[in-house]
Design a protein around this ligand. Structure first.
Ligand SMILES: O=C(O)c1ccccc1NCC(=O)[C@H](O)[C@H](O)COP(=O)(O)O
Length: 210
């Protein structure tokens, strides 16, 4: 099956369009004010309004309140929520929206157990662990830690770039890959040439595994 692609940390319509034109399946909008990639609800609503059909929109939150989620869901068409904090499965389910759960790959993470805990998630997004940083670290982790039985549930993230995405897909064979920093020219500003190069890497990997 073709590896899906999400480009995360979109803050501008032109970057969303560059991602989609290059073949990305989804864009990610960061609703976490301390992030340099954060968007307001008003900015997010405008970006989404400008999108063509058949593009998934993922809203990223870190330990949001139910009121914050309700407000964002009322004003922005979000297909999925990406919970990127310490949320429990119950909290994620309470949003009433399909969700993916980000897992920061601390040394003690038991992915098989987490997959059971978050059985209601549409997938598990695996990101690198860095103390004190909730995500978007730009670092990779040891991909061999991912059990092959979970491949179809995995969205591989953390430090992916045009240089390593082909090899990452070969090694992990995930359902999808997720990139933010690896296709930026500055935090929150995407580099359209890097987006195209990233997508070419994904396409090469997909062709080789056909
Ligand atoms: O991007 C952020 O600033 C951020 C802040 C807080 C939580 C998560 C954050 N980003 C996560 C992502 O953008 C992606 O889902 C993913 O982890 C890829 O990041 P990167 O390593 O930069 O490719």
């Amino acid at each position: 099956m073709r590896t899906r692609v999400k480009i995360c940390g979109i803050t501008r319509t032109e970057d969303a369009m560059a991602a989609i034109t290059a073949g990305a399946d989804a864009i990610g909008l960061v609703f976490y004010p301390p992030s340099p990639r954060a968007v307001t609800i008003t900015q997010a609503a405008q970006i989404v309004k400008d999108l063509p059909p058949f593009v998934s929109v993922v809203g990223l939150f870190v330990n949001p309140t139910q009121d914050e989620l309700t407000e964002a869901l009322a004003q922005v068409r979000l297909d999925l929520i990406q919970f990127h904090g310490d949320e429990t499965a119950q909290m994620c389910e309470a949003s009433g929206c399909p969700y993916i759960k980000a897992v920061r790959m601390r040394p003690d993470v038991d992915l098989l157990d987490l997959d059971k805990q978050f059985a209601s998630a549409s997938g598990l997004l695996l990101d690198s662990y860095q103390k004190g940083t909730p995500g978007g670290t730009g670092e990779t982790f040891e991909w061999q830690r991912i059990p092959s039985s979970l491949r179809e549930r995995i969205i591989l993230a953390g430090g992916l770039s045009p240089d390593n995405v082909e090899s990452a897909i070969h090694q992990v064979k995930p359902y999808a890959v997720d990139v933010s920093g690896g296709v930026e020219q500055a935090k929150g500003i995407k580099d359209h040439t890097k987006i195209k190069a990233f997508m070419r890497g994904v396409e090469r990997a997909n062709r080789e595994t056909d």
